[in-house]
Ligand binder design. Structure first.
Ligand SMILES: [Zn+2]
Ligand SMILES: [Zn+2]
Length: 418
C-alpha cells in the first residue's frame, strides 16, 4: 500500500500548518493552523476533503495559532474524528484560538464571530488529552507523543506502522532548554522518515541563549540607569513567559536593578495559565499583571501603567496596529530616554518590521529601538543534529521558506510518497 504525506498548508511557508499522512490506509491529520493573511487564512481544506472525505485522527502539536488556529473549522468538517493533544496544549489552545477569532473579527467584520465561537466550543469538547510518551492506537498505527521543547505542551509525534516502519514529525522543536520548558527529547528507536520544521534551516542565524540574555540585561540596565521606560512587545504564548522569568532572574542575581514590570494584553492571560500548568509563580512583587482601571479608557489605562511601571511586557510581539503594545509604543515614541526592545520574529506587514526597516517610520520615533534574538526554534546546526541523531532514510523539511537547498523540502499541496 502506498504511503503519502501531503502538506495542505505550512509546507513552504510559516503559517496554516496542516499535514495529511496516509499510512497503511489510515488517515491522520497533524495540525490545523492559520495564516496572518486575511484573504486565505486556512489550509486547503477543500483539497483535504477531496483526498480524505473521512479522517481517522487529528493531532495538534502545540497551541501557537499557526498550528491550531483553524481547529474549529476543521473539526466542523470532520465532526466524528477524535482530536488528540497534550493536557497543556488543550488548555492553552482555547484561549489562543478564541483570541485569533477576535483578531480576525476586528479586521473582517463580515465574519460570523458567534458561529466561530460555537464551533470552537464543539471542538474543545471533543479534545482527548494525553500525557507525553502516551501512545494512541488508530487501527494498526501507533502514535506516541514526545516533548518537543519549543513551548509548554509542544509535542513531536512518532508514528509507527507496518512491519516496524516509523515517521517522526517534529512540529516546532528546540533542543535548547528555556526557562519555562526543557529541551526536546528524541526517540531512541530508528526513524525511517523525518518530517521537521525548517524555520531557521535556510538562515545563517545562530542562537546563543546565554549571549542573548547577557546583551538583553545590558540594554535593560542602560535604559533604567538613564531613567527611561522599557516596552518589550512579545508573543503571548512562550516568549512572554520567558521574558518574565528572565527579568525576575536578572533582578534576583542583581544583573539588572529592581524595577516594576507590568504584563499586559493576552500575555497576561496566558501567563496565568502557565502559572497553573507549571505550578510555579511567574508574577511576584516586581513583575505583576497590568492593573485594570474603572472609568479609564484603554489609552488612558496604558498611560497610567507607563507612569507606574519601569517596564511593560505586552502583546502583540510585532506591534500590530490597535494592539496594547502599539498603544504603549506610541506613548514611548516621544521619549528619547526610553526604549522598545524587540525579541522575536516579525512579518513584513507588521508595524514593528516597518519601524525597524523603514527610515521614515524610524525617524518619527525618538525612543531607542533595540532587537535581541531569542528563539524557541532550532537553528540550522540543531536541525542537523536532529537529522544525525535520528539517522532517517528520508528527510522532508516543512514550516519554512526554502532557500537554495530545496531538495528535501515539502511544498504545499505536494504529494510526497514514501
Ligand atoms: Zn510554534
Ligand atoms: Zn510554527
Amino acid at each position: 500500500m502506498e504511503n503519502l504525506l501531503i502538506p495542505i498548508g505550512g509546507g513552504n511557508e510559516i503559517g496554516a500548518s496542516s499535514y495529511l499522512y496516509i499510512v497503511d490506509g489510515v488517515k491522520i491529520l497533524v495540525d490545523s493552523g492559520i495564516r496572518f493573511n486575511v484573504k486565505e487564512p486556512y489550509p486547503d481544506f477543500e483539497l483535504l476533503k477531496s483526498i480524505a472525505p473521512e479522517l481517522d485522527a487529528i493531532f495538534i502539536t502545540h497551541a501557537h495559532v499557526d498550528h491550531c488556529g483553524s481547529l474549529h473549522i476543521l473539526s466542523s468538517l470532520y465532526p466524528e474524528t477524535p482530536i488528540y493533544t497534550t493536557h497543556e496544549t488543550a488548555q492553552l489552545l482555547s484561549l489562543m484560538v478564541e483570541d485569533a477569532i477576535k483578531v480576525r473579527y476586528i479586521k473582517e467584520k463580515s465574519l460570523d464571530e458567534w458561529r466561530e465561537y460555537r464551533l470552537l466550543d464543539e471542538a474543545l469538547a471533543r479534545i482527548e488529552r494525553r500525557e507525553f510518551f502516551d501512545t494512541v492506537t488508530i487501527k494498526d498505527v501507533e502514535i506516541q507523543l514526545f516533548p518537543a521543547g519549543h513551548i509548554l505542551g509542544a509535542a513531536s509525534l512518532l508514528i509507527k506502522y507496518g512491519e516496524s516502519r516509523s515517521i517522526y514529525h517534529t512540529g516546532d522543536i528546540s533542543l535548547q532548554s528555556q526557562s519555562t520548558v526543557g529541551s526536546a527529547e528524541l526517540p531512541n528507536s530508528k526513524v525511517d522518515l523525518l518530517v521537521t520544521e525548517s524555520t531557521y534551516y535556510y538562515s545563517d542565524r545562530r542562537f546563543n541563549r546565554e549571549k542573548a540574555v547577557e546583551e538583553f540585561y545590558e540594554t535593560v540596565v542602560r535604559v533604567i540607569e538613564r531613567k527611561g521606560k522599557i516596552l518589550i512587545p512579545v508573543f503571548a504564548l512562550g516568549r512572554a513567559q520567558e521574558i518574565i522569568l528572565l527579568l525576575t532572574e536578572g533582578m534576583r542575581l542583581e544583573k539588572i536593578p529592581p524595577m516594576t514590570v507590568y504584563v499586559d494584553g493576552l500575555a497576561r492571560e496566558v501567563s496565568n495559565i502557565y502559572e497553573n500548568l507549571l505550578n510555579r509563580r511567574l508574577f511576584n512583587y516586581y513583575v505583576q499583571p497590568a492593573p485594570t482601571y474603572e472609568g479609564l479608557d484603554f489609552k488612558e489605562a496604558c498611560e497610567e501603567n507607563l507612569r507606574e511601571a519601569d517596564c511593560i511586557i505586552s502583546t502583540s510581539g510585532m506591534l500590530m496596529e490597535g494592539t496594547p503594545s502599539y498603544v504603549y509604543a506610541s506613548f514611548l515614541a516621544k521619549n528619547g530616554k526610553s526604549a522598545i526592545i524587540f525579541s522575536g520574529y516579525m512579518v513584513e506587514e507588521s508595524f514593528g518590521y516597518r519601524l525597524l526597516n523603514d527610515r521614515e517610520t524610524f525617524k518619527s520615533f525618538k525612543c531607542k529601538l533595540k532587537k535581541h534574538h531569542f528563539s524557541a526554534h532550532s537553528d540550522r546546526d540543531e536541525l542537523r543534529e536532529i537529522v544525525e541523531r535520528l539517522f532517517p532514510e528520508k528527510v522532508i523539511f516543512v514550516h519554512g521558506y526554502p532557500g537554495k537547498e530545496v531538495k528535501y523540502h515539502g511544498f504545499n499541496r505536494e504529494v510526497i510518497r514514501f
